[in-house]
Design a protein. Sequence first.
Length: 164
Amino acid sequence: MLVVLLAVVIYTDWRWLRIPNVVTYPVMVVGLALGVLEGFPGGLFSGGFVDHAGALVLAFALSYPFYATGGLKAGDAKLLMAIGALRGVNFLLFAAVYGALIGGVIAVGFILTRRAARAAAGDADGASMNRLLKSTIPYGVALGLGGLLALALEVTGYVTVSAL
């Protein structure tokens, strides 16, 4: 389910600069339900509802200041909440850090590409850094790639995400 969520988000955010609620809200509900199932004694999963709900709240707490100042869109915040609800606190932290690092690389690439394109077109004023920094960057792509990276590292055994 996580891979499908992240693939859909990467596509929609890249294509339309939008992360639909119809994608994030159901995943939050399913993630919390999985947390309940994990809490049953002798369950097949580790963690529990408290871990999943705590991750959802932590994702909100981490992303709200960025959303309030305009640095993060609501869809990006809800994506982090969905990732946390689905996989728990430790995975959320790894995915968020990897997403932030990938986001920095994407942002630098966007700034350099847009600045070079505007300068080549002879738009000296349009190439100003102030104008470039106010442009929109699909951060859901970076968060999605960060989540996929965290999952890949967990599956291959390079990082133990579930036990910090």
